[in-house]
Design a protein around this ligand. Structure first.
Ligand code: AMP
Length: 431
């Protein structure tokens, strides 16, 4: 394969080169990363409290992995490329297909249930807009093995509790694809059309939906939204469709468990989810006020996907948080995230004490975060800097003090200073 050469122009241009980041990608400042890591740790804390363990799959996979079942929506937006040996690869647009592939390839013999989570970037060649990026992060879980409604409820509860812990206001809506599919099976709609119907419902494309199917009962079903009482409405509407009613019953059981777990939700039988592999319970979480891209989480049960790769039927259920949208929601709702503090800035007053100052810094770093002046600034400037970064203390190392094996500690909040012997410094600072 021929590798494209850079256009000559760029090589002959004179620095500084103005090279921007690719469209749909972002840089994250230290403060943004601090916030993202705080939120990630908080969510992972909930996930691990349910005994889920972290995995990582490759950043790129064979493109066909996602073409098999992830659905048109995903397929159209894949970053596909050919490697030097002509393999068709794709940057991962989502993780569930990879997790199923990993199950078949690596985890097949594992004791079930497998409780897995991941947190990594995904790539979709979409039109960038507010809340929609080409590189974005998903944090998700997959529960492999259990089939019962209690396991659907556990997965939903994890999403719910993770967001509650952060103090977010959001809406959780639950539906069931078995109801829609059961009805369409009974109406003799073939699988390909069913997938198109589901994709149209997911996009809210009513015009296309009407072209695909003209059964009023489907539209009536999609319109059922509200508190759990409305499940009876669905049951009545579907009295001639026993398969679809079985799924209504399953949904009823999921809700029973959710009530027990103190999870608040709404029912929405119009939830379809764009990914083709969902077979049962599906759910979405929205944050009002986030604009067009207000969905921060999507998930559901996918009982047939693992079989596609492993040949054995293993049921599974999971969800993915749109991590970037959670961060947007946190900003929108003005949820405060603590800053990481630098405990100490070390200020050597002159070059002669620099070596001793470095020794003090490395000793304190066993327990504290310590910033040593590396710019050879004057004391006044170092104190200004320590104030700016929010350091709690500055330790001033001066030649006269050093002769007595002493340093001066300045409390940056009160401005009070005191002298202390170096041998007592560690104890003083960590008390
Ligand atoms: P999906 O894998 O399409 O079900 O998406 C799961 C979640 O990922 C969605 O609820 C969104 O919050 C988030 N998401 C999907 N696509 C993007 C994107 N292009 N940019 C940012 N977040 C996204």
């Amino acid at each position: 394969m021929q590798i494209k050469k850079f256009p000559k122009k760029i090589l002959t241009r004179i620095p500084p080169y103005t090279i921007k980041k690719p469209r749909g990608t972002r840089d994250f400042s230290p403060r943004e990363m601090e916030k993202r890591e705080y939120v990630e740790d908080s969510i992972i804390g909930v996930i691990e409290s349910y005994s889920y363990r972290k995995i990582l799959t490759p950043t790129f996979e064979h493109a066909e992995l996602f073409q098999l079942k992830s659905g048109k929506e995903i397929e159209e937006h894949m970053y596909v490329f050919e490697d030097k040996s002509g393999r068709r690869l794709s940057l991962r647009p989502e993780a569930t297909a990879s997790v199923c592939r990993m199950f078949a390839e690596e985890l097949r013999g594992s004791r079930l249930p497998l409780k897995l989570y991941y947190s990594c970037p995904m790539f979709r060649y979409e039109r960038p807009q507010m809340g929609r990026y080409r590189e974005f992060w998903q944090l998700g879980i997959e529960l492999i093995g259990p089939k019962g409604p209690e396991s659907d409820a556990e997965v939903i509860a994890i999403a719910y509790k993770s967001l509650k812990k952060l103090g977010l206001k959001f809406q959780l809506e639950i539906g069931h694809l078995g109801i829609l599919r059961g009805l369409m099976d009974a109406l003799d709609v073939d699988e390909e059309i069913q997938n198109m119907v589901i994709a149209s419902i997911d996009r809210g494309d009513l015009k296309n939906l009407k072209k695909l199917i003209d059964k009023q009962i489907l539209f009536d079903l999609m319109g059922i939204k509200g508190d759990k009482g409305i499940i009876e409405q669905a049951d009545n509407l579907l009295d001639k469709y026993p398969e679809a009613r079985k799924s209504v019953n399953e949904l009823r059981e999921v809700i029973h468990w959710l009530d027990l777990m103190n999870v608040e939700y709404k029912i929405d039988l119009g939830i379809a989810r764009g990914l083709e592999y969902y077979t049962g319970t599906v759910f979405e979480i929205r944050v009002p006020g986030l604009g067009a891209q207000d969905q921060i989480c999507g998930g559901g049960r996918y009982d047939d996907l693992i079989e596609l790769f492993s040949g054995v039927k293993v049921p599974a259920v999971g969800f993915a948080f749109g991590f970037d949208r959670i961060m947007k929601a946190i900003d929108l709702q003005e949820i405060k995230i603590p800053r990481k503090v630098t405990d100490v800035v070390i200020a050597p007053v002159s070059d002669t004490v620099r070596e001793e100052a470095v020794k003090i810094a490395s000793q304190l770093r066993d327990e504290l975060s310590v910033d040593m002046d590396l710019m050879n600034r004057k004391l006044e400037k170092i104190l200004e800097y320590a104030g700016d970064i929010g350091a709690r203390y500055t330790i001033i190392v001066g030649p006269e003090d050093l002769k007595k094996r002493e340093v001066t500690i300045r409390n940056m909040e009160s401005g009070k200073q005191k002298r202390i012997r170096i041998e007592n410094l560690r104890e003083e600072m960590i008390k």
